[in-house]
Design a binder for this molecule. Structure first.
Ligand code: FAD
Ligand code: EPU
Length: 339
């Protein structure tokens, strides 16, 4: 059966983005087998249409209809593929739900991913922005990814160096934007110790008494449930802006004027500022523009209060950027990918 026979037309993307924004794709294919993906790129009929790879839709902002083919990656499968002296090697296909995968590793007594519990989305998208939370980033446990390159038609394996991970960044957001991740392999420690570098996590009940991976996962889940809106209840894409990284001297000058500025020193001498604090101080928490709003419990999260358009979210984001720039001289860069 050719890929074309499974394509649906004028397909609603509203259930496929956690912001819950209404938009339509000219064509849509749910990809459950690698051959379907290869078939699309081998078929001249699809060659000229723009393509959009979508996982869980939890880090995209749809600014309008998509006049192209959405490839919804739903490749499934996960397994413990082996190990070396120090690591378990665990591989999962791109369409696996991230949180379910984390729970599956923890359930087998394999620690290492628990700090990234409850992050929405898929395994295949996790390396795109090097997902991070509570003192861990994907790059810390990443072994390799199998990627399909639609330009060359080849499938190859990329190691961590090739992925060029940075804070909420990787080669897949830069010149490797066209690459499609098919599966990801993680190297998880055989000698596990809890990662409690993040003060708020270390302060959770039970964390001082030699917790298990499952207990750390449960603590992370508890913090996240307190702080972040559930997309099933209120549309959002998590943090809407990255935390800006500024030179140490700029941070010092800001601190002289704003002594309560929240900042974290980086290994290279730069400083990461808390965008949520900057937005909060500008008075945006709980405010709305049209149906797009700033989450009342966390100013870094923009929400869809019901029926928001992508344009409304963009207008709110721009108003926030302008205020933060005017007050602090810092440009906030959006985290989600604008489509
Ligand atoms: P999508 O939104 O579907 O896609 C995101 C981008 O990746 C798009 O450009 C898409 O084209 C591309 N893409 C997706 N799959 C593939 C693939 N297989 N190959 C190539 N490109 C692909 N992020 C964090 O880092 N830390 C957090 O703590 C965090 N918390 C969040 C909390 C909430 C409530 C929400 C809604 C989001 C949060 N996020 C967080 C953001 C989001 O969950 C992550 O970025 C996640 O990895 C996105 O996965 P996805 O499958 O939904 O990607
Ligand atoms: N703050 C305020 N007011 C607010 C929000 C935050 O003053 O309205 C202050 C907090 O008091 C705190 C600081 O800002 O001192 C940082 O806040 P928080 O600990 O909630 O973390 P964050 O910087 O807002 C980042 C990530 C999250 C990740 C958490 C935990 C980014 C852009 N965001 O949030 O990732 O889960 O840390 O590690 O790096 C995401 O990327 O979507 C995401 C949710």
């Amino acid at each position: 059966m050719s890929a074309s026979s499974s394509v649906q037309y004028q397909h609603s993307l509203q259930p496929l983005n956690t912001f819950g924004i209404a938009a339509t794709a000219r064509a849509y294919l749910r990809v459950t087998k690698k051959e379907q993906l290869l078939g699309v790129y081998a078929d001249g009929a699809w060659a000229t249409l723009p393509k959009l790879v979508l996982g869980g839709g939890s880090n995209v902002l749809l600014t309008g209809d998509f006049d192209g083919l959405v490839l919804h990656l739903a490749l499934e499968g996960k397994e413990l593929i082996g190990g070396d002296d120090r690591h378990h090697f665990v591989r999962a296909s791109a369409g696996e739900n991230w949180h379910a995968f984390v729970q599956w590793t923890v359930g087998q007594g394999i620690g290492g991913l628990e700090n990234l519990s409850l992050i929405p989305g898929t395994v295949g998208a996790a390396p795109i922005q090097n997902i991070g939370a509570y003192g861990l980033e994907i790059k810390d446990v990443f072994h390799s990814a199998t990627v399909f390159d639609p330009v060359s038609g080849e499938t190859r394996v990329m190691d961590a160096a090739a992925c060029r991970f940075g804070y909420r960044d990787s080669v897949f957001k830069q010149e490797g934007r066209h690459l499609i991740i098919l599966d990801v392999t993680f190297a998880l420690p055989k000698q596990w110790t809890p990662n409690l570098r993040y003060a708020e996590l270390a302060a959770e009940p039970g964390m001082a008494e030699a917790p298990t991976p499952q207990q750390v996962a449960d603590a992370v889940i508890a913090i996240r449930r307190r702080k972040l809106p559930d997309p099933a209840v209120i549309g959002n894409a998590g943090s809407f802006f990255k935390n800006p990284v500024v030179p140490g001297a700029q941070c010092a000058a800001l601190l002289a004027r704003f002594p309560n500025l929240v900042h974290h020193a980086q290994p290279d001498g730069s400083e990461k500022l808390a965008a949520g604090w900057l937005i909060d101080q500008c008075g945006w928490k709980g405010k709305s523009l049209g149906a797009a709003g700033v989450y009342p419990q966390q100013a870094l999260v923009l929400v869809n209060n019901g029926g928001a358009t992508g344009a409304e979210v963009v207008a709110l984001a721009q108003a926030i950027q302008a205020d933060v720039q005017a007050r602090y001289g810092v440009l906030l860069e959006p985290e989600p990918v604008f489509i």
